[in-house]
Design a protein around this ligand. Structure first.
Ligand code: A2P
Length: 274
């Protein structure tokens, strides 16, 4: 059983996805993840592994239409013509005739091409049916407000950095108020937060792995997660969360680990790509 969340496009997104950023061998880890029951795979033009992701989906034997696949527009491709051209290239590399979700990877507000123009091109792809839903990643409130105001269309998803050391709660609340699903990238803080004593103590208390404790916290906050792993055992364990509920005081103890801006693992989105 996979829990799904409704998108404003009418589609459903599985709350637990499989991340492929920095995957050692995307084809084999994606096939492993699908065999383990994941039904949502996250890739990007930037990761250079879309061909491997497509290969992994086919190798798994799981029908394409049962898998929710996301890819993202790379940073050099914000001009509307490049959105169209590179989207076609992504489909070719994946070997699919549609993706479930296409995201603008970073806002790059300092570029000559205004991301509002990029967003309009994304909406054309949605109209074509080959991107079944469209959204953004790493967008801050001011970026979201501009694209919504200019087009009247709200991104289905904002994929942003969220993990215990960077809870990102203001931006999450902003998205929630507008019906934008939040997907948490680096949900485990790239693995670095697994050894935090609060996390390891909760893992011991509940007889769970540290990763399951952190992922459970995300799920109970209502976000999508896309943990990455190269290891088959960890791939399986990271989605083995059915029936796991942290009590409110344990959720609060994890949220209290938030270090605010100091907890980011990546530059502020207004600086990224400069
Ligand atoms: P590995 O691929 O060797 O499992 P994030 O998704 O936050 O970016 O974190 C990914 C990092 O966390 C990777 O280094 C991954 O290493 C590690 N990781 C993922 N799942 C687990 C787990 N269950 N236990 C320990 N480390 C994990």
């Amino acid at each position: 059983m996979t829990t799904t969340l409704p998108l404003n496009s009418g589609a459903q997104i599985p709350q637990i996805g499989f991340g492929t950023s920095q995957a050692a061998d995307a084809a084999s880890s994606v096939a492993e993840a699908l065999r383990a029951g994941y039904r949502h795979i996250d890739t990007a033009q930037m990761y250079g592994n879309e061909a491997g992701v497509g290969e992994g989906v086919r190798a798994s034997g799981v029908p394409r239409e049962e898998v929710f696949v996301t890819t993202k527009l790379n940073n050099g491709h914000h001009a509307p013509a490049d959105v169209h051209r590179t989207f076609e290239e992504s489909l070719n590399r994946l070997g699919f005739d549609y993706v479930d979700l296409f995201l603008i990877h970073w806002p790059l507000p300092f570029l000559e091409t205004d991301y509002v123009e990029t967003w309009k091109a994304m909406l054309e792809l949605q109209d074509s049916g080959r991107a079944r839903a469209v959204g953004v990643s790493n967008f801050q409130p001011e970026h979201l407000e501009r694209v919504i105001e200019a087009t009247g269309v709200t991104p289905a998803v904002n994929q942003i950095e969220v993990h215990p050391y960077f809870a990102n709660d203001e931006l999450r609340a902003f998205c929630r108020e507008r019906g934008i699903v939040v997907a948490a990238w680096s949900p485990l803080g790239k693995g670095a937060e697994l050894s935090d004593p609060v996390i390891t103590q909760l893992a011991e208390k509940h007889g769970r792995t540290a990763a399951q404790v952190i992922l459970g916290w995300h799920l109970q906050r209502g976000d999508v997660v896309i943990p990455k792993s190269d290891n088959p055992e960890r791939i399986r364990a990271n989605r083995d969360l059915a029936g796991f509920e942290l009590p409110a005081e344990d959720l609060a103890a994890i949220t209290a680990l938030d270090k605010g801006e100091a907890g980011r693992r990546s530059p502020h989105p207004n600086e990224f790509g400069k």
